[in-house]
Design a protein around this ligand. Structure first.
Ligand code: NOJ
Length: 579
């Protein structure tokens, strides 16, 4: 007898099918570029916009629809560009506005869409708005969150609350000029905007319109869940956050339980407003749908609010970080199944899924899950229903680079201690991209790089992997070919753990071949009977994608009743008959 959960699940699966009129982003392959580390064309050891332009053809080669670029706007680089001093100017380190325009023009020629990183939560303390705010200029006075703090019984001035910065230490910094504290949820050089001030909101809306006018196809919205803090009381004061009991270190971000500084109920509505701006721009100027991809490390139910509500559309792509936040080296196939289906089940009706496994803030996939699982994650991301988001270098299986304490530059690590800097540093995932086995991995012609090049660049680089038939790069390219199949781009999806060891993703579309991706997560040899897992399956399948773990060849036929997987092997099978 059918259970309720079974019926709900089938409904969800049915809804995942995509129809031909769907917008471009629904099944797009996104690629995140961290420009500092992508390609340097002027020899200063830092990647630049001309470097991105030069490599757009590479994006085309690997089947990318759109790229989101970490910030390249005017910045003192305290947080490597996430501290913006001018929201409408390119930083000279990355090039000029003309370079940006050339990049957009070339991307349009190649039909690669460009997504800008929009950083609304904070500016740099060197931003003109902040300087004027600190000077108390009327218009700018309330652009940021200011408070005089409190003088204690010993006559010592104390910050307004116990709030802690993500990068350690109090989230409040004293400003001599204004004689008040300002809030910074990240670095002290990243003061938080006051989004309760309508003028700030308009200022940010204007930033969006500016870049839309320059031809971008959308925005990745940075740290959105920090945008609002709890409203001040009638005396202008803010409450302390409750303590967490697992650390006594008041400088550690985890010292307080975040109930007033993130995930305030107003925040998704900001995104709804921005969506309106994008829609209006499209209505006025035509072209394809402009998109919002939002970064929020919130509980999944809250993430879902960013899709929109019954009256307003939100972001097309609220980043799905479930596989980053909740999947571990030892997680079994049931855990994978749960995380994937949980997103699909909670996703509001009519919305589309996205899958992310790495970015510039997290250790490399191969370093977190093991180099043996690189293909497994690429195959998973690219054969699940919805859009995939790949961080640059993951298509090569790049691993974390070694960055000594002396060479460490990430403020999240530098604000802490040498003893545990590796736990906090984001530098290892940001080392330069490996293009060739030349000096500096072909990243620069100069004589230095802003972070050291990872030592294994001669083994893992674009040039070499192009020439090895089952390299990670070629598996990735083959996956992009498969994504053109109607079943994979638009078919329904069913995700099931076959056992603790093996995960299966079935994609089907009436009148087409059935595709099944299989993932042997651990290091044992496994045999699976797919007919027991999925009902109504064709009897035989062909290998359509293999990896270097496989002992079979593409085209080999196998019975659905008995598929053998080698340790860590992932494959894609295609039915020999259509359904
Ligand atoms: C999230 C970004 O991904 C990260 O790199 C940055 O440090 C913070 N937001 C602050 O902007």
């Amino acid at each position: 007898m059918a259970t309720w959960s079974g019926i709900v699940f089938l409904l969800v699966v049915g809804l995942l099918a995509v129809d031909a009129a769907d917008p471009w982003w629904k099944t797009a392959s996104f690629y995140q570029i961290y420009p500092r580390s992508f390609k340097d064309t002027n020899g200063d050891g830092v990647g630049d916009l001309n470097g991105v332009t030069e490599k757009l053809e590479y994006l085309k080669e690997i089947g990318i629809t759109a790229t989101w670029l970490s910030p390249f706007l005017k910045s003192p680089m305290a947080d490597f560009g996430y501290d913006i001093a001018d929201f409408k100017e390119v930083d000279p380190l990355f090039g000029t506005m003309e370079d940006f325009e050339n990049m957009v023009a070339r991307a349009k020629e190649l039909n690669v869409k460009i997504i800008l990183d929009f950083v609304p939560n904070h500016s740099s303390d060197e931003c003109d708005w902040f300087i004027r705010s600190a000077n108390g200029e009327e218009k700018y006075k309330d652009y940021y969150i200011w408070h005089p703090g409190f003088v204690d019984e010993d006559g010592v001035r104390r910050p307004p609350t116990n709030w802690v910065s993500v990068f350690r230490g109090s989230a409040w910094e004293w400003n001599e000029n204004r004689q008040e504290y300002y809030l910074h949820q990240f670095h002290k050089k990243q003061p938080d905007f006051n989004f309760r001030n309508p003028v700030v909101r308009e200022e940010m809306n204007d930033v969006l319109r500016f870049w839309l006018g320059k031809g971008v196809d959308g925005f990745r919205v940075d740290a959105i869940y920090h945008a609002f803090e709890v409203e001040a009381d009638e005396d202008g004061n803010y409450p302390d956050e409750p303590r967490n009991d697992w650390t006594d270190d008041p400088d550690e971000y985890g010292y307080t339980h975040k109930i007033y500084t993130v995930d305030q109920p107003e925040t998704p509505h900001l995104v709804y407003e921005w969506r309106q701006i994008l829609e209006q721009f499209q209505a006025d100027n035509g072209g394809d749908e402009r998109i919002l991809m939002v970064e929020t490390w919130s509980p999944i139910e809250i993430v879902m609010d960013y899709y929109g509500n019954s009256t307003a559309d939100g972001a097309q792509i609220p980043f799905n970080f479930q596989l980053i936040s909740n999947l571990y080296y030892d997680s079994d196939a049931y855990h994978y199944e749960y995380l994937i289906n949980n997103w699909l089940t909670l996703m509001p009706e009519g919305k589309s899924a996205n899958w992310v496994i790495g970015n510039h803030d997290k250790n490399r996939v191969g370093s977190r899950f093991g180099a043996d699982r690189v293909d497994l994650f690429n195959i998973l991301l690219l054969t699940l229903p919805g859009c995939s988001i790949t961080y640059n270098g993951e298509e090569l299986g790049m691993l974390d680079g070694y960055v000594s304490w002396e060479d460490t530059v990430d403020p999240q690590a530098c604000n802490g201690y040498e003893a545990n800097y590796m736990d906090n540093s984001r530098d290892p995932a940001r080392t330069p991209m490996h293009w060739t086995d030349d000096k500096y991995a072909g990243f620069t012609n100069g004589s230095t790089t802003w972070l050291p090049v990872a030592l294994d660049y001669a083994q893992r680089n674009v040039k070499k992997e192009r020439g090895v038939s089952l390299s990670h790069l070629n598996v990735y390219k083959r996956l992009q070919e498969l994504r053109k199949e109607p079943t994979i781009s638009g078919g329904a999806g069913e995700i099931k753990a076959v056992s603790s060891y093996v995960l299966a993703v079935k994609r089907s579309l009436s009148g087409n071949y059935v595709y099944i991706s299989l993932f042997n997560i651990f290091d044992s040899i496994e045999n699976v009977n797919l007919s027991e897992v999925f009902s109504g399956l064709p009897a035989t399948f062909q290998y359509t994608l293999i990896t270097d773990k496989s002992i079979k060849q593409v085209g080999d036929v196998v019975s659905a009743k008995s598929v053998t997987l080698m340790p860590h092997e992932s494959i894609v099978l295609r039915s020999t008959t259509t359904v």
